[in-house]
Design a protein around this ligand. Sequence first.
Ligand code: SF4
Length: 70
Amino acid sequence: MKVKVNQDVCIGCGACHAIAPDVFEINDAGVAEAIHQDAIKEELVEDAKDALEGCPVSAIYEPEEEKEVA
Ligand code: SF4
């Protein structure tokens, strides 16, 4: 599984970082970004999914072209 953040949509609420601190960080611009560009570790996948589902503005997504691989 890979995740990305649409930073045009992210409101910087910090929820994803609170849920999955090893997957998302808040950058200097005050918006979230995925820490890992490659597939995230198996043990972090559940947290990443929780964060994806918990984002209030649905800014977190799985890149389409990489879904099959992850
Ligand atoms: S939960 Fe969504 S809106 Fe909040 S910081 Fe993360 S990506 Fe941005």
